[in-house]
Design a protein around this ligand. Sequence first.
Ligand SMILES: *Cc1c(COP(=O)(O)O)cnc(C)c1O
Length: 463
Amino acid sequence: MAMKYVSTRGAAPVLGFGEAMMTGLARDGGLYVPETTPALTRAEIAGMAGAPYEEVAFKVMRPYLGGFFGDDEFRGLIARAYQGFHHAARAPLVQLGANHFLLELFHGPTLAFKDFAMQLIGQMMQAALARTGERITIVGATSGDTGSAAMEAFRGLANVDVFILFPHGRVSEVQRRQMTTPVEANCHALAIDGDFDEAQARVKDMFNDFAFRDGVRLAGVNSINWARVLAQVVYYFYAGTALGAPHREVSFTVPTGNFGDIFAGYIARRMGLPIDKLVIATNQNDILDRALRSGDYLTHGVKPSISPSMDIQVSSNFERALFDAYGRDGAAVAQLMGEMKTGGFRISQGAIESLRSSFASGRCDEDETLAVIARHWKTTGELLCPHSAVGVKVAEEHVGAAPMITLATAHPAKFPDAVQRATGIRPGLPPHMADLFDKPERETRVPNDLAALQAIVRERIAR
Ligand SMILES: *Cc1c(COP(=O)(O)O)cnc(C)c1O
């Protein structure tokens, strides 16, 4: 039976995998989720231990495709997606302390975990477009890493234009240069006068303007796209089975902003991976930690931090977790999201209990982030990026009997200023990016205004 995808707001067409991937945001403003979660057997999970990353990826994702790609075709796409990674293990584990491990997800071409999903989506979308000869316009918002990963995955493709909105002045220089230096004419870096939440809101506005959306054939690569989340489920199985699952439980701590990465862990658990604790780690923009403790999801406005990829207060994928916590009641989710316009909502008693049974949480402020980077450099020799440091600090508060795996989401060289402040060491870019600072930059400053943004997109794709 082909897997179907439904919207978290219950009022959009039910789609197959390929359509859900190309559609991005559902037409009722919701996010697509699979109608059911396929479970893997204990034997299937046990069989992943020690297998190559690509093999685990095939086994974890195949049940979601509904036959959209044939098996051989899908294996080929996976192979091409990960061949550009700079570590044979793709996602190596290193030990940080007693029962505490770091999953290094930063060996992809743009040095952040976003490459795991984006490289694969690039391959999958290209294969889908090749069948129909269609052209699409990708528009995405980024707090820094999604944008660079998307440009790397789509640059130079004949039938795709990629527009990335990033908050002007609020991304690291390495992040910015990764977006502004691709020379391909189909890459458009747009520096918006606003923060990430505003950039993401304008992208959603474009999707909700159906005339525009259909006119430019809009597609999305933010983690509103289910295929992004799906690709991230893989490394939970890969790391979990490396440390003894399914024969014993494992725990994960995930530095969180838009809730996509940790939601992938939640899916892994529902598919049968025995996850004890799944811990949300936030920086000083701690809406998710506060919401889980108090039951009130209230936005306070973003405070720029040294872990900018997590400077988010409107956490898109949290909607997917709410959908399950509200018993998959799309109307209830739509009502909550309506209340977001006035700054937030109260989570029902039943739903908050359900969320607390799935997730633990903690926060890490700026000083603590620097202190953790300094301490680990001294004691373990591991140079942590500030996002990974937020995870490590929160994880240390949650280590129990099960091995704890903290997701290291970016390479320290992507955030050299913070790392240098903490350690005195300025991490250098890996050789494949050594010329990043010599390349000319190309970016367009844009206002936080829907009509102006739409005009830019229309004008650029008409060239
Ligand atoms: C995107 C990102 C995060 C947050 O991931 P979400 O899926 O948005 O929760 C954390 N760290 C880094 C380095 C990132 O790029």
